[in-house]
Write a protein of this length. Structure first.
Length: 380
């Protein structure tokens, strides 16, 4: 089965009891048992919920894993994956990534005896140099937020296999439609489903998939033991959304490509970061490991004043955190999503006061382009 067929059919067979074509929403906390020790396999809704199971089954198929597990948010998913580790273990993380992951590592997990090294993963030498005998996980995000840098997933998979460390990939930006890390050697892939998987800016949700049975068992144990589970309504909404993931992603990417190419020609724009541009330093790698380049673009406008002028003049792009919904958004990473990353580190990465990030929606491309054009006229 091809991707779009899986998105619409896997885990979504008509309901056995009634024939309902849409997966029912099991809004329940518990299940009646016939007698002591005799039940239908459903006992308590933190442990199992049929709506959640259907969604997990679908996502596992889309990521080409053996199983997937859903969580109350992307960060809850990341936190649960980190609990596969023991105190004393060391993690190598990408230095340019979602600010909340950095905050979880430094302000929470490091208090429990985990240690972290943050490296520029564009150069494999940096990963090699950070390896210690305690390194048990290599954690990456590609393309990264907000600098759109890529990690060579096959190369990282070789290193992590060699040293026996788990390779974890945050696949939020690409979605499984454009990139499937498990097929490139990653052990675990995770998402903030709040973004493209949910796709309509109406839920907060996370999901983890793996290609190993032994890891699936451990993650399932943690899902129940830690308990950071989503409600069934979010799972139901994700199932509904994922049916159109392929259609949405194609449009996000087509719109973003057009806007990125136009922006690149404008003298008021200092730099455009989009993996679909031939000028992107890792465009070749993007072509090898992704089947499309996504809907996220970052733009360097030179200063905070220019960023303010541009974002306040935009009409269709709403100034807001988050991304991946059908409607276009604009965000100012320094003041919004990346405030928790120290200033010197931020500036070294290119996350400057003049950087704005566009989440290009699936509106009409011409309308979006006109909006960007009139807003850019306000930038000196
Ligand atoms: C939003 C985001 C997260 C965190 O997910 P939540 O659903 O907000 O908890 C993690 N990684 C990336 C790349 C994100 O964009």
């Amino acid at each position: 089965m091809k991707f779009s067929t899986k998105a619409i059919h896997v885990g979504q067979e008509p309901d056995e009891l009634t024939g309902a074509v849409t997966v029912p929403l099991y809004q329940t906390s518990t299940y009646a048992q016939e007698a002591i020790g005799k039940h239908k396999g459903w006992e308590y809704a933190r442990t199992q919920n049929p709506t959640r199971t259907r969604w997990e089954t679908c996502l596992a198929a889309l990521e080409e894993g053996v199983a997937a597990y859903a969580f109350g948010s992307g960060l809850a998913a990341i936190d649960t994956v980190m609990r596969l580790l023991d105190a004393g273990d060391h993690v190598i993380m990408a230095e340019d990534m979602y600010g909340g992951t950095y905050r979880l590592a430094m302000r929470v997990l490091s208090r429990y005896g985990l240690s972290f090294s943050f490296v520029d993963m564009r150069d494999m030498g940096n990963i090699e140099a950070a390896i210690t005998p305690q390194t048990k996980m290599i954690y990456t995000e590609t393309p990264t937020n907000p600098m759109m840098t890529l990690t060579d997933l096959r190369a990282v998979a070789d290193v992590s296999a060699r040293i026996g460390a788990l390779m974890v990939v945050d696949n939020t930006f690409a979605s499984p439609y454009f990139q499937r890390p498990l097929t490139l050697g990653a052990d675990i892939v995770l998402h903030s489903a709040t973004k493209y998987l949910g796709g309509h800016s109406d839920l907060v949700h996370g999901i983890v998939a793996t290609r190993h049975e032994h890891l699936a068992e451990k993650i399932q144990f943690l899902q129940n033991a830690v308990g950071a589970v989503p409600g069934p309504m979010e799972c139901w909404l994700c199932l509904r959304s994922v049916k159109t993931l392929h259609v949405r992603m194609d449009r996000h990417a087509a719109n973003a490509q057009r806007i990125a190419e136009w922006l690149e020609q404008q003298p008021a724009v200092k730099k455009v970061y989009y993996p679909g541009l031939a000028s992107h330093p890792q465009h070749e790698l993007a072509r090898q490991q992704m089947s499309g380049f996504g809907g996220m673009i970052s733009v360097e406008l030179g200063s905070l004043e220019q960023a303010k002028a541009f974002t306040s003049a935009l009409k269709l792009f709403t100034l807001a955190e988050s991304l991946g919904g059908v409607e276009s958004l604009v965000c100012h990473p320094v003041s919004m999503t990346h405030g928790s990353i120290p200033k010197d580190q931020r500036e070294r990465l290119g996350v400057t006061d003049g950087l704005v990030r566009l989440s290009v929606g699936i509106e009409d491309a011409e309308d979006l382009l006109n909006d960007v054009q009139q807003a850019l006229a306000h930038v000196a």
